[in-house]
Design a protein around this ligand. Sequence first.
Ligand SMILES: [Zn+2]
Length: 257
Amino acid sequence: MVDSHAHLHMISKNTDEVIERAKKEGVKYILCPSTSFEDIEEVALLSQRYEIVYSAIGIHPLYAENLEDSDLNRLEREILRFAEDRKLVAIGETGLDFRKGKNPRKQIEFFRKHLEIAEKISKPVIIHTRGEKDGKSAFSVAEEMLKDFNVSAVFHCFSWGKEEMNKAFERRFFISFSGNITFDRKLDEVIKQADIGRILTETDSPFLTPKPFRGKDENEPSYVRFVFKKISEIKEKDIKEISCKITENFEEIFLKK
Ligand SMILES: [Zn+2]
């Protein structure tokens, strides 16, 4: 199994134990994205310390909107510092959050910068999309912006509909399902129709704890098994087959030589 999006450094539990439990449950790869300038170093260190952990560097849109224009260059410098690190496999998380965000213009500016850098160093982008503004969804604005760049991308914590899913697949992007599929019924139909060759799985730890631990425990990568279980139930396929395929997808987008 894979957890393609876990903010390991934000989990308050003992990290050695979190990693051990994940391994015991059969998690092969964990991708840990940074969210601000402050946690980049920590994310890089975690990827050095644990063999199964890989890193992504980027600035979350809700953090980016409070930054200065001069920080655009700082972002590029920070990412390029790690460009040769073999464990850095993606740029992110970045994207657009129109639901909680107050400064979409700034978010767009930073998202564009991430895309530029990703294209420059040939890394895939991990994209957060939430909410809408002026009748346009964050997904559609992001999808439109991606047309200007030659990059591969994952729409993380995918919570949009079939139309958006098909758009993403047409452009050969991946979508990643998170713990919310265990309690958000409206995603069942999307999962049912999703091309198994284009999907990923994640926990978004420490957030979005899946059922049956929702409301009872902080999320952690070992709980990604509930996301796999849900997908296998909806698709009426063996969980081993699903795990195998999604692990291959992870290797295709992030670890391809
Ligand atoms: Zn995240």
